[in-house]
Design a binder for this molecule. Structure first.
Ligand code: F6P
Ligand code: MN
Length: 336
């Protein structure tokens, strides 16, 4: 019976209710996989919070496959996610921004029908200065064709529209988990005293008309004429063609910027360098696709400048892509 002592529903209860939906029921295996990912994110959040006292800050001296300096926490979080998800029997393989190639489930464990992709610590330049970072994840179904043989990298090269789940954990003033399994977007907050995730928002809809854009202004020379025009018109504000002032926010952590847009609207832009084919910052499989799935499920849109991100057929595990996502009207103002 409801009383003041009853808290919002837990992630576990939400997923069980999703499993019972007459239309679009969440398969039990997917439910258990998401619970495992959520549990791993708790451990990642805990490691981050130990900070300097836990000797987890700073660089390792190694580089990842992208040629970026690996932070200690990049590796710690990657290991936590691999360890947590290896033995449950829900996965056929995993892929991570921090690993050159895929991680197959070892033969000593049962294999499942899903593929998990993740960016263990997104926005990791923020770690050492105590600003928000996150974990992004995406779930695909392993193609039927890989039954009875080893999963290959090619099995991961599926368009974003084929994702069955996507989400992120945001390690900010509160630790949040934001999730979609194709039935809307839901936010859960970690109740540290009890140790469970409780629903704090959802189904989430991107509020329309918030005049706020997020872009790294220092990359101005790389913008296409369409992006440059969009930003310049907004900087002119009330004195330009928009006739109204805009705000700019950039946290240098995609999770934090996307979360702000889901909560209060606006647009996030990390366009590709228009001077060089294919040179872009964000990864299609670990960042652009899962965030596009969430944004579309919340009523927004996500484009690479040429078309819908989730329709792009991936050609490589670590492929990068230009990203423009958020309020559908703002995205349209750039892409036409
Ligand atoms: O993972 C890439 C990332 O850290 C995103 O989280 C973030 O949006 C972006 O890069 C920040 O880029 P920059 O260093 O150009 O501000
Ligand atoms: Mn990232």
């Amino acid at each position: 019976m409801a009383s003041d002592h009853v808290q919002p529903i837990t992630l576990s209860r939400f997923l069980i209710e999703q499993q019972r939906l007459p239309e679009h029921p969440c398969p039990a295996e997917l439910r258990l996989l998401i619970e495992t990912v959520a549990r791993a994110c708790k451990a990642v959040g805990h490691a981050i919070a130990r900070g300097a006292l836990g000797d987890v800050l700073g660089a390792l001296g190694s580089e990842n496959v992208q040629g970026e300096v690996q932070k200690k926490l990049d590796v710690i979080a990657n290991d936590l996610l691999l360890d947590a998800n290896e033995w449950g029997g829900h996965l056929a393989a995993m892929a991570s921004e921090e690993m050159e190639t895929i991680h197959r489930i070892p033969n000593r464990y049962p294999k499942g029908e899903y593929l998990l992709l993740f960016d263990p610590i997104d926005g990791s330049s923020n770690i050492d200065v105590d600003l928000s970072v996150g974990t992004i994840f995406s779930v695909l179904r392993a193609p039927d064709a890989c039954a009875g043989r080893d999963v290959t990298e090619e099995d991961f090269l599926q368009p974003g529209r084929d994702q069955v789940a996507a989400g992120y954990a945001l390690y900010g003033p509160q630790t949040l988990l934001v999730l979609t399994i194709g039935t809307g977007v839901y936010e859960f907050m970690l109740d540290r005293e009890v140790g469970s995730w409780r629903m704090t928002d959802g189904p989430m809809r991107i509020p329309a008309g918030n005049r706020e854009f997020a872009i790294n202004m220092a990359r101005r020379r790389q913008w296409s004429p369409a992006v440059a025009r969009y930003v310049e018109e907004r900087i002119l504000g009330a004195e330009g063609p928009c006739g109204v002032d805009y705000n700019m926010r950039w946290t240098a952590s995609m999770v934090a910027d996307v979360h702000r847009i889901l909560k209060r609207g606006g647009v996030f832009l990390y366009p590709s360098d228009h001077r060089t084919t294919g040179k872009a910052r964000l990864r299609l499989l670990y960042e652009a696709n899962p965030m596009s799935f969430l944004i579309e499920q919340a009523g927004g849109s996500a484009s690479d400048g040429a078309g819908r991100i989730m329709d792009v057929a991936p050609t490589g595990l670590h492929q990068r892509i230009g990203v423009m996502l958020g309020d559908a009207d703002e995205v349209k103002a750039i892409t036409g």
